[in-house]
Design a protein around this ligand. Structure first.
Ligand code: ADP
Ligand code: MG
Length: 235
């Protein structure tokens, strides 16, 4: 396997006085989909925010394509080629789909170059291009949130709980899109829906209580009912 695109080495992160991450290690190989699993409050979102420099770690190291990025400002980390799709579909509801995508440009003509790819992946974006994003369904808003990180060239995508609150048929559509994305970028996904995670991801890492506990390849986790029960509480 080639060198990891992202390597999180034993990070500790505080939010205010609270010691939220107490030793998180994650390795994301090139071209893979790695899923971060764990109960609510385990520290998954904080891990993604730590990578982006939004809640910078106070200890440990984060390497992107072999180079340290911890300690850099969020805009700088993004510019290196990391796209972040936060929880809860952070889009501008009063702006049109097109305007949302334009705001995601990092350089002139980014959108022009990528629009066909985006329309192909998410046909609804073509259909509603000139409509306010607030008019979209929940699933379409999630698609727009993902489409925004496809506008600039990103080699790593961090996607936080894309399936949250969506109907199964929409989740299927999203899964297919994420799978397609993984052909050209590496993906680190947070996903509560174990069924979705297990079908989509090549690798997994389980967080519990602010620490990473186990990581490995997905087929092995699927076989390990005890591990799934212990950390995820699903059958
Ligand atoms: N802004 C904050 N202030 C205080 N505690 C926080 C804050 N954000 C998150 N936490 C706490 O950090 C822990 C990890 O949260 P989070 O990373 O959001 O978990 P997950 O995404 O796995 O559900 C939780 O106990 C949560 O309550
Ligand atoms: Mg979260």
């Amino acid at each position: 396997m080639s060198a990891p695109v992202l390597e999180i080495r034993n990070i500790h992160t505080f939010i205010g006085q609270f010691h939220i991450l107490e030793g998180v290690n994650v390795s994301v190989p090139q071209g893979s989909i790695t899923v971060m699993l764990g109960r609510n409050g385990a520290g998954k979102t904080t891990t993604l925010k730590s990578v982006m420099g939004l809640t910078p770690p106070s200890q440990g190291a984060i390497l992107f394509e072999g180079k340290p990025i911890h300690g850099k400002r969020p805009y700088h980390i993004a510019q290196l080629g990391i796209g972040y799709v936060p929880e809860h579909r952070a889009i501008f509801k009063t702006l049109t789909v097109r305007e949302n995508l334009e705001l995601a440009e990092r350089q002139a003509h980014d959108l022009e170059k990528r629009i066909d790819f985006i329309f192909n992946l998410f046909p609804a974006m073509r259909q509603f291009y000139h409509y306010p994003a607030g008019n979209l369904s929940g699933g379409q808003q999630q698609m727009l949130a993902i489409a925004r990180v496809l506008v600039p060239e990103n080699r790593l995508l961090l996607i936080d709980e894309p399936s949250e609150g969506l109907a199964p048929v929409i989740i299927e559509e999203l899964m297919a899109a994420i799978q397609k994305l993984a052909e050209t970028s590496t993906v680190l996904l947070v996903e509560q829906n174990f069924r979705m995670a297990s079908r989509l991801a090549d690798r997994y890492v389980i967080l519990d209580d602010g620490q990473s506990r186990v990581e490995g390849v997905m087929p092995e986790l699927i076989k390990d009912e005890q591990l799934i029960q212990r950390y995820l509480g699903v059958a």
